[in-house]
Design a protein around this ligand. Structure first.
Ligand code: FES
Ligand code: FES
Length: 164
């Protein structure tokens, strides 16, 4: 059997730098879940169909089961574990809870990260924009009505002036 080829990569994950040595065939999802123990992103289909493994790479959603870790050398990764700040949930996390927009939660990290990328690019996103942005993440149990409502609610909260 041929020995795997290893490569050392630098990843910034949720603002923290990491140097990781990994076989070159491993995916970003493998490294994030198995090496960094950030298990919010899920392995569903492992072939690009379900979107449960969605992470943000330089702010853009990627299917991490189809992304080689070595392709991410020098890049910035965001996972669901990095969204809360100073003990405060991100408005999308709060909205998903308040709107009952999850049941098993398997798709939730992918939904929230995809929505985050959308709202950062397009704070005024409407329902069709939200549907398009979440289109690569499949939910098997909640249905999409509550999820879309949660993103609309979060968008409104993020646009609201900060109270001082
Ligand atoms: S696990 Fe990556 S798309 Fe399904
Ligand atoms: S909440 Fe179960 S797959 Fe979406």
């Amino acid at each position: 059997m041929t020995e795997p080829c290893y490569q050392t990569i630098e990843l910034e994950v949720n603002g923290e730098p990491h140097d990781l040595t990994t076989p070159t065939h491993r995916t970003l999802l493998d490294v994030i879940r198995e090496d960094l123990h950030l298990t919010g992103a899920k392995m569903g289909c492992n072939k690009g169909d379900c979107g449960c493994c969605t992470l943000l790479l330089d702010g853009q959603p990627v299917l991490s089961c189809l992304t080689l870790a070595v392709e991410c050398d020098g890049r910035r990764v965001e996972t669901i574990e990095g969204l809360a700040e100073n003990g405060q949930l991100h408005p999308l996390q709060t909205a998903f809870l308040d709107t009952w927009a999850m049941q098993c939660g398997y798709c939730t990290a992918g939904m929230i990260l995809s929505a985050k990328a959308l709202l950062e690019r397009c704070p005024e996103a409407g329902v069709e924009d939200i549907r398009a942005a979440l289109g690569s993440v499949l939910c098997r149990c909640t249905g999409y009505v509550h999820i879309i409502e949660a993103v609309q609610r979060a968008a409104a909260a993020m646009r609201a002036p900060v109270q001082v």
